[in-house]
Design a protein around this ligand. Sequence first.
Ligand code: BGC
Length: 748
Amino acid sequence: MYKVYSYTSTNSSNNKMMKAKIVSIVVIFHMTLLNMVNAQTPVYQDANQPIEKRIESALSLMTLEEKVAMCHAQSKFSSRGVPRLGIPEIWMTDGPHGIREEVFWDQWDGAKWTNDSCTAFPALTCLAASFNPEISSLYGKSIGEEARYRNKGVLLGPGVNIYRTPLNGRNFEYMGEDPYLSSRMVVPYVQAVQQNGVAACVKHFALNNQEKDRMGINVEVSDRALYEIYLPAFKAAVQEGKAWSIMGAYNQFRGQHCCHNDLLLNKILKNDWQFDGAVISDWGGVHNTEQSVYNGLDLEMGTSTNGLTTDGTSPYSEYYLANPYLQGLKSGKYSEKELNEKVTRLLRLIFRTTMAANRPFGKYVSPEHSEAARKIAEQGIVLLKNDKQTLPIPVGKYRRIAVIGDNAVRSLVVGGGSSSLKVAYEVSPLEGLKAKYGAETIAFSKGYSADLDDRKPESKTVADSLLAAAVATARNADVVIFVGGLNKNWFQDSEGDDRKSMALPYNQDKVINALMATNKNLTVILCSGNAVEMPWLSQVPALVQAWYLGSEAGNAIANIISGEVNPSGKLPFSFPKKLEDNAAHSFGQMSYPGDGKKQEYKEDILVGYRWFDTKKIVPQFPFGYGLSYSTFEYGKMSADKKEYAKTDIVKVVFTVKNTGKTDGAEIAQVYMSQPKASVVRPVKELKAFKKVYLKAGETQTVELELKVKDFAFYNDKTQTWDVEPGEFVLCNAASSANIKSKVSISVK
Ligand code: BGC
């Protein structure tokens, strides 16, 4: 309120008094004004104030009930803000390949909005196969813009669980088998998403490396494998990417569920890595109030509440971190310390996203996003075999092209679990090829079929007739393109369970053999997020790994097949010849899939190529492998010194020359080995890579820097990262199985 004074002055003492009174009026006036401004903009609402001050301010105004209400879901994909204080709710979305459609408040079903059809970006295996951190940044920027436009505060992705077995139904959502590659690729994704004022939620922390029995299986793994293989990508996302949130995994680790796991969340994530973001549970991953209070969880999502999750009452109040928590706080069982810590992190998340200053506005299904999706797809497609230059197939070369296969026409963005998308559009391989070569040039036959709803293959009669029709189509064609692989059906590349075997499903081996017997000019394109058995490989002249490519799938495939774009992806995981060759499968049931309750990662640190190399097992296709329509020649690598200190950086240099007739890109890799060590070390470990663009005939010098400290192994006795002095061998390579030259250095 303004205070009003009236004065009449008659003498000098009166004058003095009056002066004093005027001063006090002015002061009071100013203070009142200031209070009014403050009343209008409390500190927590002032986006120009430091975030920690805003948190302090909001926290001081909140009731116990309001605090608890923030720590659990209020709907399938949102959690409560503080309505009384104008602090908004947190809205989340899957992730990681596009922005999920809106679902009903309390159900998984799509809510049938008409404004939520998104751009589908390629699956993360494809992104990893690009070996290009810049393209990962483009991915993060684009999907972040879509999330922002849809008013989401948290994007539930990216996923960086390590590819341990080709049976894992969710490998397509992750970035392959190598901790270094996935670390380099996840950081720019996270950073670019968050530049939109949208939090990345890196998932699933940790050791969710299979879908089978995922809700409860207790994973036992050595400290060394944990730190060297399974954690680095999460650590990079947190420390370099500065991820604002992380999602706990469903499984258990050393006897505690990962969503409330003291070692993973308190010790490693929050203490050792100094993570200052929010830990969000996986949907239904919380099982216990006390552990949730103490073991590092901040926000509980998706808990099933004994049937109350359908409409009506307020079942969210029954969550482990809802009423049971509130009661415990009121009875004195829990102190407010942990609660304030959780709310602090959730407020920080809100102030970084929805209440951030200068938050951009995003955009949705824009031409730039289509272009980004296509570029990422083109950079990730891997040419695995190309005998007698079967590919490319230039436009106009053939009059009749047969396209065979269910995946040429099936939607590969729908299904697969939480990453399923409702898209604005999806160009199928058939549509892309027709657009490229002309519809009149293309004859399509399905060859095989897999019904998405029944999750069963067609009957034998249907299978036989589909096969016969495909053979007839192939017979009349100059060239045959088979588009098969896996799909997003249950027990394929899908969340919730694993594949039953490594074989191609739905009669496809038989179809490929029959096509080969009919027309030898055959290219096989596999869409999948996993390795498959290839009993027909020696017969088939050309093979392309095309992942799941999203909205622009058909265009990207057609650009590669026609040669308009030169393939430049390399495999982010090894393709074994048979399942038993894979490390996790070499130790019987307890290693994979476990006995339903427990499993032991018996291969320890020897995951992926580390296993194939060390055990001298030849894979079908090695990690880091991929061809181009061009050829590349590597020069001998040299290092800047002979001897290094543990804190030094090794600078290596070598040339790469495009010796072919086509412009293209080569992914040059540098691996490190330690021939003599006090512990088992893999034959080699990836330590650097670079995608080099070279015009036909061009030579470039590649310079890479390797930190000696990154040559360390994790010593589980002392819990330290140790670099043992002695000899290290570095090699430049075109894949993990194609070494070009070696240089020996010593570390003192
Ligand atoms: C998945 C998560 C996903 C969540 C929300 C869970 O089943 O494991 O990756 O983000 O559902 O859809």
